[in-house]
Design a protein around this ligand. Structure first.
Ligand code: SAM
Length: 292
């Protein structure tokens, strides 16, 4: 395998004092904070994550943010071939140097702006995600969930706890409702700060997300659903009657089978679906805001 030398561009943006070795022949890479670079180095944690993913030859596995290839190497070893999307030019150069194209299809791009339609599905998505883009990335991936088999991601523990939170719990919110609508999700295990170099400020967790088949999804307009959920949680301490006042009045909320005195954080997913349908019906009848 070839290892290309480190290219010197853009070093001024590096986080000082956080050099990490990606290969014994290459100059150390300086972890870039703006790209959320915390590189995994604990072999037991890496093995546990890859075992949870269980990569197989013939699957289209896409890694978001391969970095210094801590996960990429064992994934390539077990699957034979991997596609990876990396935004950092220096790291992309190194990856191209280490892996021949028959092992790694490297896409140098911003995963947030990437057109997932460019990749032939069905896709298995994996990644130790840069924490600064995790929520927008999860929302953008939900729009292509139909083409996805599963997703295994490392995220901040606090974010994973919110994703899998049940109604009525403190951490249940917009992220929980929107993602639970589209995926079955299970938190697999926590990963301590010390497993990374440089260590992040917070504990991380691995989550498995499996899209719910389209035929099993409730029929509801996606825009109405996300509007109702965002508005209800915009003022989560208020009753729905008050929090949703700009969209639905108390009688409309009641006629959706939901108590107007309840608060968003107590509602299960199907209650939001009924509220969104009610909003859709009112819009169909040309009522922009329900009254009295
Ligand atoms: N997978 C490696 C590991 O586990 O050690 C690196 C994980 S590091 C937390 C996040 C990686 O995502 C970095 O390689 C970073 O350059 C890359 N990255 C950050 N923002 C990105 C974006 N918008 N699109 C693609 N890659 C990105």
């Amino acid at each position: 395998m070839r290892v290309r030398s480190h290219s010197p561009h853009d070093r001024n943006h590096s986080a000082p004092g956080t050099q990490t070795e990606s290969s014994k022949d290459a100059a150390p890479h300086r972890a870039r904070k703006r790209f959320g670079q915390n590189f995994l180095h604990d072999p037991r944690v890496i093995a546990r994550i890859v075992d949870a993913i269980d990569p197989r030859p013939g699957q289209t596995i896409v890694e978001i943010g391969p970095g210094q290839a801590a996960l990429t190497r064992p994934l390539v070893q077990r699957a034979g071939h991997l596609t990876a999307i990396e935004i950092d030019r220096d790291l992309a150069d190194r990856l191209r140097g280490e892996f021949p194209p028959q092992q790694l299809t490297l896409i140098e791009a911003d995963a947030l702006a990437f057109d997932w339609g460019d990749l032939p599905g069905p896709l298995r998505l994996v990644g130790n995600l840069p924490y600064n883009i995790s929520s927008p990335l999860l929302f953008s991936l939900a729009t292509v969930a139909e083409r996805v088999v599963d997703q295994h991601f490392m995220l901040q523990k606090e974010v994973v706890d919110r994703m899998v939170a049940p109604p009525g719990s403190k951490t249940y919110g917009r992220l929980s409702v929107m993602l639970q609508f589209r995926y079955r999700m299970v938190k697999l295990f926590d990963v301590p700060r010390g497993a990374f170099n440089p260590p992040p400020n917070v504990t991380s967790s691995i989550v498995r997300m499996v899209p719910i088949p389209v035929a099993q999804l409730p029929a509801v307009d996606a825009d109405s659903f996300s509007r109702v959920v965002a508005t209800a949680f915009g003022q989560r301490r208020k009753t729905l009657r008050n929090a949703l006042a700009t969209l639905l009045d108390a009688s409309a909320i009641s006629s959706a089978g939901v108590d107007p005195q309840a608060r968003a954080e107590t509602l299960a997913n199907d209650a939001f679906v009924r509220l969104a349908r009610k909003l859709g019906q009112l819009a169909t009848f040309g009522v922009t805001r329900a009254t009295g």
